[in-house]
Ligand binder design. Structure first.
Ligand code: IPE
Ligand code: IPE
Ligand code: MG
Length: 263
């Protein structure tokens, strides 16, 4: 069934099972726990198709659905995707407005299915600044799925890594000023508990589509020891098989974390 619908307009409705041929190359004991994705190249893909940029964003939503299903099938602990950066406000209002509407539509359409799939959604970044009704939708979705025990699906919207760290610093400073925090109590554990990703493991694998090789202010703290995987494919044409290819590439990385390898 999974294969039959593969690539169709309603693609990836189902969560692939462990024995799905899609997962044949997977080394299950070497999977990352937390994968982050910079979903880049929607505009370039659209241009290549002779379409307007926003058509690329629409196509990108379909890709995301397939990748979330694949991540669930793989049993990843967390999937974090970059949907809108604090810098993306620099784009023309028409494109920004379109994206906000697209987020609202995505949430409305996918909410129940994600909930049924035991997904726990969380939004990283500042909700303030997003349209009011979208803020409400985001909070409602988080509340609805707060006790779900499946994949942690983080959607970074109005997110910037520097902004996140500044917010952490502001909270630390406020607690210190109030006398409830001593200087020596400020450690990595405290900072991590104040990040938008609190409770999630660090990013093991950072994927960026579309050929550019930069972080663009994504997960600065969390990706300190992440492995990077770049592909020239634009996000709308990135498939579950491509995601699996990133997993198998990751399985052969030699992660040393500053130490020496065991070989
Ligand atoms: C990524 O695609 C989506 C968002 C940033 C919202 P882009 O819109 O950045 O596409 P390119 O990079 O211009 O091709
Ligand atoms: C990063 O892509 C942000 C998202 C994918 C949401 P951009 O297209 O905004 O990044 P730059 O401008 O190329 O660095
Ligand atoms: Mg881009």
């Amino acid at each position: 069934m999974w294969k039959k619908i593969f690539g169709s307009a309603d693609a990836y409705k189902e969560i692939p099972k462990r024995d799905d041929p899609l997962f044949a190359p997977i080394e299950w004991e070497k999977l990352p726990r937390h994968v982050a994705v910079i979903m880049d190249g929607n505009g370039r893909w659209a241009k290549g198709q002779g379409l307007i940029r926003t058509a690329g964003h629409k196509a990108g939503v379909k890709t995301l659905k397939g990748i979330l299903s694949t991540a669930i099938g793989l049993g990843l602990d967390a999937l974090t995707v970059y949907a809108f950066s604090t810098e993306n406000w620099k784009r023309p209002t028409t494109e920004v407005d379109f994206l906000m509407k697209l987020f609202a539509e995505y949430l409305e359409k996918e909410l129940q299915e994600m909930h049924d799939d035991n997904v726990r959604i969380r939004f990283l970044g500042k909700k303030e600044g997003m349209p009011k009704s979208l803020q409400r939708q985001m909070s409602d979705a988080e509340r609805l799925m707060a006790n779900n025990t499946g994949i942690h699906f983080n959607v970074a919207a109005n997110y910037g890594g520097q902004d996140e760290l500044l917010r952490v610093m502001q909270r630390v400073a406020a607690q210190a000023a109030a006398g409830s925090l001593k200087q020596e109590e400020v450690d990595a554990e405290l900072v991590e508990s104040l990040l938008d990703t609190a409770g999630d493991p660090p990013v093991d694998l950072m994927i960026r589509t579309s050929g550019d090789q930069r972080l663009s202010n994504f997960l600065l703290w969390q990706s300190a020891y992440a492995e990077f995987y770049f592909t020239d494919k634009n996000w709308p044409e990135f498939t579950p098989a491509d995601f699996v290819a990133a997993m198998t590439d990751f399985a052969h990385r030699d992660r040393r974390f500053g130490g020496l390898n065991k070989k």
